[in-house]
Write a protein that binds this ligand. Sequence first.
Ligand SMILES: *[C@@H]1O[C@H](CO)[C@@H](O)[C@H](O)[C@H]1NC(C)=O
Ligand SMILES: *[C@@H]1O[C@H](CO)[C@@H](O)[C@H](O)[C@H]1NC(C)=O
Ligand SMILES: *[C@@H]1O[C@H](CO)[C@@H](O)[C@H](O)[C@H]1NC(C)=O
Ligand SMILES: *[C@@H]1O[C@H](CO)[C@@H](O)[C@H](O)[C@H]1NC(C)=O
Ligand SMILES: *[C@@H]1O[C@H](CO)[C@@H](O)[C@H](O)[C@H]1NC(C)=O
Ligand SMILES: *[C@@H]1O[C@H](CO)[C@@H](O)[C@H](O)[C@H]1NC(C)=O
Ligand SMILES: [Zn+2]
Length: 744
Amino acid sequence: MWSTQDVSDTKNMLDKNKKSGYWIVAVAVILCFATGILIGRYGTTSVADYHNFDVRNLVIDEISAEEIDSNLRYLTSTPHVAGTAQDLLQAEWMRDRFLEAGLDEAKTVPYDVLLSYPRVGVMNKVSLIDEQGRINYTTAGRQPPLGSPEEFSDDILHNFNAFSANGVVEGNVVYVHYGRKKDYEYLLSRGINVSGHIALIRLGAIFRGSKVDLAERYGAIGVILFSDRLEKTSQNRNNTYPDSWWMPGTGAEYGHVGRLRGGDLLTPFYPAIESAFRIKEENHPGLPKIPVQAIGYEEAEVILRNISPENSAPTKWIGKMDAPYSLGPSLRNPGWRVRLDVSTVNERRTTFNTIGILRGSVEDDRYVLLGNHRDAWTFGALDPSSGTASMIEIARVFGKMKRDQHWRPRRTIVFCSWGAHEYGLVGSYEWTQQHATVLGQRAVAYLNVDTAVSGNRTLFGNAFPTLKQLLIDTAKLIPNPSVHEIESGHKTVFDTWLAQSRDRDNVDQPMVGHLGGGSDFEGFSYVIGIPAADFGYMKNGVYPTQYSLYDSYHLASNIVDRGFVHHQAVARMWAVAAVTLSDSVILPFDVLAYASYLNHSLSLLHTKYGPILQQNGVSLKHVRVSVDHFMFSVKHFSENELKNVDQSNIFAVRRVNDKLMYLERFFIDSKGLPDHPETNHVVFSTSSSDSHNFNTFAGLVDLVVQVENKTESNDPEIWSKIRHHLSVIAFLIGEAGRSLNGDF
Ligand SMILES: *[C@@H]1O[C@H](CO)[C@@H](O)[C@H](O)[C@H]1NC(C)=O
Ligand SMILES: *[C@@H]1O[C@H](CO)[C@@H](O)[C@H](O)[C@H]1NC(C)=O
Ligand SMILES: *[C@@H]1O[C@H](CO)[C@@H](O)[C@H](O)[C@H]1NC(C)=O
Ligand SMILES: *[C@@H]1O[C@H](CO)[C@@H](O)[C@H](O)[C@H]1NC(C)=O
Ligand SMILES: *[C@@H]1O[C@H](CO)[C@@H](O)[C@H](O)[C@H]1NC(C)=O
Ligand SMILES: *[C@@H]1O[C@H](CO)[C@@H](O)[C@H](O)[C@H]1NC(C)=O
Ligand SMILES: [Zn+2]
């Protein structure tokens, strides 16, 4: 389809002689456009490949670091929490920027949803109470401004965890490490029962909402969350924000603790539009019943120091806090207690998505979607505004090409700016719930960028198998943003990526990971079955000040990405991938990769869970037959229909593209996974037993883990559920294979 080699050669030529190179490209584009009209009319396509790669180079040239910087400056000038006045202001600002860029349509889309806020003027507090009932120590309840003027804004919300119950609780404290099931089991083995006490839980390892859920189940009366210094500071502990990217001791992490997937808690499965039926808040299974509050690590140290030293924590539970790690529950001083005073309240508010559309020239009913959330707990300079600032720049460049070069993508490109992501991916879930049928029929792929730049070391990419190669091929086209990397011979984003993380099974390729969970692709990929990818620049996972007040413009512009060159690289990557998906005549989906992925995963499943399945008389035979058939079908399809498609026949092109586009939909069971009706993808849905790393066939694995660990009372029905689910997997994979070559 398109050759990477040709494109990078052209790029080098352009770099050498930029001006004349630019003119050559401009002339070529005009010629191509003229040809493009003919293509549109007569459906011939060989020339369109030529048109494609020029578009990609123009995009790479046009995307400007300065423009991204100025977008980010605006976005980070005020906090923009979902459901506040700034949510609407920034949603409208994006709509106006999309229209100004020259997109064909742009609009804000409201949803009326359940959100949560700290009560105005009242601090949420964690206090130490002495034996006489006097307050010996209280946490600050807010984070002091340290870096730049906007940190003084009156609109900054006090520290809180969204969806926490409100109320005051008092008691002893138990340190529960990460608050996983096995942590409670360990405590019980030491004779420590958290019931009736406050749980002090370290952030990390599992989702904070799962921590609160488990704490509640084990009888805790409240939860205090903190991040250990181990993850938040360097060797030189005083080197923190605003001098570096490390977290100061007063930084607390906002974050929601709701616990149902699927967006708005009151309108599960359906969009939160005016006519929606809403379930009652009382006794809502997704809302915690106990108060929860996150505090800074210096504040958590005061609590730790006041826990009685009699039960010391095991080595694995010890981080780098400036305090002894004791388990509790008693406090050091007799008669003292810890008080948790939370006045966080749930409220129905309106949040806004902004949707911008650039219509396709040939297949305007096929959508390539680009998505990023816009809301943040404060400024969200990196998460998510680095992505938002990049998206606006892509819209500007596409609009400019439409105006100056008369370019239109072959397929329609849709820009999606989501609201209320931080409250549980609310904006994206509501929108996919509202448009599920249309998206299922017409969406080609969804490209998500959440935090475009969380660090400046390397690109990372996660994707469904069909899109992995697209990410790799695109990264080869993007100039390396780091001068240092270029000096060490890494000319492109791909070169650094490969040097930083090689695929173990194919050492010539960088590792493209599993999509996992936690960002706005969930509604697209796991509910509807739309192939999705997610990427950005990073250092090594999350960055220390994420979700705090200190994710500011100062952090982005002076510490993490001076010159905005890494932002520029991600924007180029995103734009070029979008152009390739929307302009290629035949969709650039690697279906062979899907086949080998299924084959490989089934082998792993067999190794890991084969014995326990066999002991209980359950066989993977039918799944094996289906996967073998799928491999055969994909190969046959690729070598015959796909390779020989007559590109001058628009029906032949549509037919083969439809097979490619719909392949992912076959893995959707609209009844949902066993016990998880909110998620449908039998191969890739994320697992609900957070503690293991097997990323495939989550529905099956979750059931087997229940049996294996005898966590749920050994339900006699469970083996029926396993057999049932395996039969669904075998059936769906079989049908997916059949769809490529035959009819019924
Ligand atoms: C808190 O308690 C400690 C130890 O009992 C004591 O030294 C300190 O003065 C107390 N602080 C306040 C503000 O009461
Ligand atoms: C923990 O304590 C609660 C309340 O006293 C009790 O109901 C529960 O059975 C205890 N759990 C265990 C495992 O002992
Ligand atoms: C950090 O700062 C404190 C107080 O200013 C000082 O006592 C300490 O020695 C410093 N630590 C390091 C590692 O620089
Ligand atoms: C890259 O990030 C590190 C912090 O991880 C920072 O020290 C360095 O200055 C950054 N480089 C650029 C170009 O901003
Ligand atoms: C299927 O996977 C097995 C085990 O990983 C491997 O040995 C075999 O070659 C694979 N088959 C195909 C056709 O890729
Ligand atoms: C289940 O047990 C296995 C070991 O048999 C362990 O690796 C895994 O983490 C456990 N899972 C849960 C959810 O406890
Ligand atoms: Zn984010």
